[in-house]
Structure formats: C-alpha cells, structure tokens
Design a protein. Structure first.
Length: 589
C-alpha cells in the first residue's frame, strides 16, 4: 500500500518507512519525551536516536532467530517500549504487547497469550524481570518463558539489520482486552497500521506545530496508536506519562497539555469524568491554558453526555473549546479507529425515547421528557472505511434510525484472529443477505448501534443485552444509574448482567465502593440506593444488588468492566458481598 499525505512521501508503506524518513528529514527533532511522575521531562528520543536504537534491536533480534517469529512485549510506560516496538517492526518480529503483571491472575494471562502467540520469548526490562522473579517466581506459568531484558543487551555497532517488512507482513498481535471473552490475538498488518493512522490524521489533522500528550497504557491499542504511532506518522513530538501518574492526580494530564501546548490527547470517558470531578472538588488548581487542545478524542464504551458536558463546563474557563471534544468509536479488530467526530464541530447528542430504543427504534424526544435518554454521536467514517447497521439474525441492512449490529468494511480491518480460522470466518468475513449483499465482506463488531443523519451512535454490546418481558435493556444504562445512585462512587464501578436460575432470567447488579463511602454510609444504604435508582430510572427491578470492595470488580487493562468475568465470578461464588445481596425492597420486583 502506498500513501500520500502532508507528512510523508509516497514511498512510505510501513511505519518503519516513516521512521526512516523522519531520521533523514528531521533527525535532531524531538520524537518522544517521557515525563517522570507525569510532570518533569525525564528521557527523550530524537528521530535519529530512535532510528539507530530500533535498527540495533532489529539486528539483535535477527541474530537471536526472532525474525519472522513472534514475541511478547512486557514493558511499563516509557521509551524502552517505543524502542523495542519499532525494533520489532524493523526486524520482522510480530510483537504482542501485554500489561506488566501485578497480580497472579495477570501472570496466568501473560502465559495464555504467549502460548496463543506460539512463543516463549518475552522482551522486557531488567526491573520487570527482577520483579517477576521476586513476586511470582514460584508460579509454574513462568516456567519455560525466556525473559530478555532489552535495556541490558549489548548492541554491537554495524550489525546486519534484517530485510524491511512489507505491507502485508504482520506488524502486531493485538490481544483483545477481554471485556467480551477470552483474549484473542488480532493479526494487524503493516498495511492495517498505516491505513488506520492515515485515516486518523485525515479526521483529526496533525499540523506541523502539533503535540501529543498521553497517559494511556502503551500496550493497549488506543495508547499505542495515539501515543506512539500517530505522532511518528505526523512527525510531531509525543509527551508520555505513566497511567498511575494520571490516576493518582488527573490534573497532571491537563497541566502537561497546557505546559507543552498539547494539541492531541485521547482518553476513555471515565478519564474526562475524573478530571471534571477533580475540578468540582477543587483538586485541579490552576491547570494552565488549554486553548492549544484541538482534539480531545473520547473513545470509551459508551461515551456519556453528562461527562462531556461537565468536562466542557469545568475547563472552559481555562480555554478548552467545546468543539475539541471528539467522541469516536473503534476496536482492536479494526486496528483502532472506525469513526470519529470532527474537531471543528461540537459533539452531537440525540435525546431518545427509552421505550422506543428498547424496541430498536430511534424516536427523538425533548430532553426533559420523562424517559428521555441521551445517545452521543461517535462521528462518521473517513477514507476507505464503511459502516453498516445490520440485523444480526437476518443479516439484512437496516435503515437509518434502527438499532442493529455495527458491521465494518475497509483497509483497517485486520486479517483475523491468530490460529482461530472458524471464529475468524464468522467475525471478519460476514456477508449481508439478499438484495443487500454487495459482494463485500464485513467485520462483525458485536456492538449495537444506529445511524442517524449519517453519524454512528453506539448503544451497547449485542451479547450483553438484558431481555425482560420481550424488551431490551442495555447494561451500560443500568450501570450508569447505579453509579449515579450514590454521590462519590467512582466511574466504571458497576456491572449489570443477567443469570438464568432455571426458571427465569434474573438481573444482577454488582457495585464496588471504597472505604470512605463504606464508613460514611454503610454497605446496606449503598445497596438500597442502587436498587431503587435502577428501578426508578430503568423501569426494571434488580433481583440482586451486591456491594463489593473496590478492586473486586474485574476490569480490562483499559479500565472497562468485564461483565462476563464478573458474571462468572458471581456464579462461582467468588464475589464477596459486604452485606446480604438481595435488596431490602426486593419484594417489589
């Protein structure tokens, strides 16, 4: 695949091509900076330095026999990840980035991914190797894995670098976060990577004076594309910080954007909510001038209108432009971005009848109407990407305003799941039915949504829908009601799912809370408030509400609630409730 654009030449067919070009055209310009504690510049790389470091690593990987094979990348946020990621791409190594384990169950996930990727090689740092052996050295899951610390390699000068990869070669094995099942390795080619970043730059242009500021984990698709790949393609500097630095004090992200004149930054919806909450509680201080921020990409599932509104209102006095908030939709199977809102328009929102939405229809109502729910637009496609809304049972294409499964076609759709031909055929090779069959194959996302005036509106997961008396109830709506039931509950603190007890489907809501709320309110009060809030707002009474300690609710590496894993733990009796689970008023159900 060849590409043309404002930042590269037509000779660029892969990301390694883009880095080589940068090292020739702007060798001494800053490419990446890592902020220690999210504040002070600690380490930096120019394009010349990154090109040399990536080439040296590629040569070392080739000498070790890794070219044409796969390897797990196990790195904390930092520039060693960037060096190794590009070194793998230079050297033809299919890398599988994974979160550094902090718990024993994450070590098991690491091993499952390594086995699935067909490798025993784990590229990491000296510090991570020491930590793994000290904390988890007794686990059989680590046995047989070769832990190679790339920051301690001896890189001889002048070593031969393997032949550069082609567009069809595998660039990455992006393992799904696990929010909808077992992690699967998405095979992302260099052509997929380049197509996605070209479309992202078309949607949210990176001008020569642009700057990226990111706290997102680099092993995750959103963090990698926005923190590493997009700035490399665009030739603009990227300021990176560790996720923990943001979580401990969200204002650090905003302060870095103001200090380094950030133009592009991305985060899930909960991050914007944390910032807005910190501002409301007076914990942000004078964050500085945010007027440089042109693209605040918001890619969580779902994007919440209340969060957009509260964040915009909180930071408008600091120069944040409401038009900079850019909701979008994407997934690993499409490399990342599928749709996005334009940076020069305010986010769109539809106020819809909840009753009609449960029937799969978009019926516009006034926002003050009883039962009105907001649905935020995720923008439109650009480039060669196409989105269709399809009835999942008949595979017929649905008209605008009807809810169905989101199907995607285009150059960003990955090749499939590694070693899983059956599920790959089902997921990546779908065809529409009857007269709607256009001869193209589509990626079935498993997400529900609708098109309205050409824009995509996402409203849930196909397999997570809770059906009660023939009506569809979306778990994220129930979870939002649960979160709002008690002031002070953290974002993404609830999971809603249904269980079959042999006689009927039962609705279960699990809510996690911290010690502060437990001391001030007590678990029973939290439980009962959640129960009544869901019943009042969703017109559906939970059969059980469980209150658990913070950290007990399973989440993905990107912070999304793992509903299926939560359901599994519930059914296995692994969730420890802080109070009897059935709400006091459960008889009303």
């Amino acid at each position: 695949m060849s590409t043309t654009g404002p930042h590269t030449s037509a000779d660029v067919r892969t990301l390694p091509d883009a880095l080589r070009l940068r090292s020739e055209k702007q060798p001494d310009e800053t490419a990446y900076v890592f902020l220690l504690n999210g504040e002070e510049p600690h380490e930096s790389l120019t394009y010349r330095e990154l090109h040399a470091d990536a080439g040296a690593r590629a040569a070392a990987f080739g000498a070790a026999g890794l070219s044409g094979r796969s390897a797990v990348l196990l790195y904390p946020s930092g520039l060693e990840f960037v060096r190794t990621l590009l070194g793998c791409m230079y050297g033809g190594v299919a890398s599988a980035p994974v979160q550094v384990p902090r718990r024993r169950e994450e070590v098991l996930r690491l091993r499952r991914i390594a086995d699935d990727a067909g490798t025993t090689t784990v590229l990491t740092t000296t510090e991570v190797v020491r930590d793994l052996r000290e904390r988890f050295g007794d686990m059989p899951a680590l046995a047989g894995l070769t832990l190679l610390a790339t920051d301690a390699f001896a890189y001889p000068a002048g070593a031969a670098v393997p032949a550069p990869p082609g567009p069809a070669d595998t660039a990455l094995l992006q393992y799904t976060s696990g929010s909808t099942g077992d992690p699967k390795g998405v095979v992302v080619s260099h052509a997929n990577f380049l197509a996605n970043v070209v479309e992202t730059d078309e949607l949210w242009p990176c001008e020569p004076n642009g700057t990226v500021v990111s706290w997102l984990p680099l092993f995750h698709d959103m963090g990698m594309l926005f923190g590493v790949v997009l700035p490399l393609w665009a030739g603009i500097p990227s300021y990176l910080m560790a996720p923990d630095a943001f979580i401990r004090r969200p204002a650090r992200w905003l302060e870095a954007i103001a200090r380094f004149r950030g133009t592009h930054a991305a985060a899930p919806s909960f991050a914007y909510e944390l910032c807005a909450r910190a501002a409301a509680e007076g914990r942000t201080g004078a964050v500085g001038d945010l007027s440089s921020w042109r693209v605040a990409a918001n890619g969580a599932e779902p994007v919440r209108w209340a969060t957009i509104r509260s964040f915009t209102e909180a930071f408008a006095p600091y120069g944040f432009d409401a038009r900079a908030m850019c909701p979008g939709y994407g997934l690993a199977e499409n490399t990342l971005k599928a749709t996005g809102s334009r940076q020069d328009e305010r986010p769109s929102v539809l106020w819809l009848s909840a009753e009609a939405l449960r029937d799969g229809r978009a019926q516009l109502v006034d926002e003050h109407t009883d039962g009105a729910v907001p649905l935020v637009g995720s923008g439109r496609t650009v480039g060669g990407t196409r989105v269709r809304i399809v009835a999942p049972d008949t595979r017929e294409v649905l008209p605008e305003g009807r809810v169905g499964e989101i199907w995607i076609n285009g150059p960003c759709v990955a090749g499939g799941y590694l070693g899983r031909p059956v599920v790959t055929e089902e997921t990546f090779r779908a065809r529409t039915a009857g007269a709607d069959d256009d001869g193209e194959t589509y990626l079935r996302t498993g997400d529900l949504g609708l098109l309205y005036d050409g824009e995509l509106y996402v409203n849930g997961r196909l397999k997570d829908v809770i059906i009660r008396k023939g009506r569809n109830h979306y778990p994220q709506d129930i979870e939002l009601s649960a979160e709002r039931a008690v002031a002070g509950l953290h974002p993404n603190c609830a999971a809603a799912f249904s269980c079959d007890d042999g006689e009927r489907e039962r609705l279960v809501v699990v809510v996690e809370t911290d010690g502060r709320l437990l001391n001030s309110l007590g678990a029973e009060a939290i439980r009962d408030r959640v129960y009544h809030a869901v019943g009042d707002r969703q017109r559906i009474r939970p059969d059980e509400v469980l209150v658990v300690r913070r950290g007990a609710l399973p989440k993905t590496s990107s912070g999304k609630v793992q509903r299926r894993e939560c359901k599994r733990r519930y059914e296995q009796g692994e969730l420890v409730a802080l109070t009897p689970a059935v709400a006091a008023a459960a008889g009303e159900a």
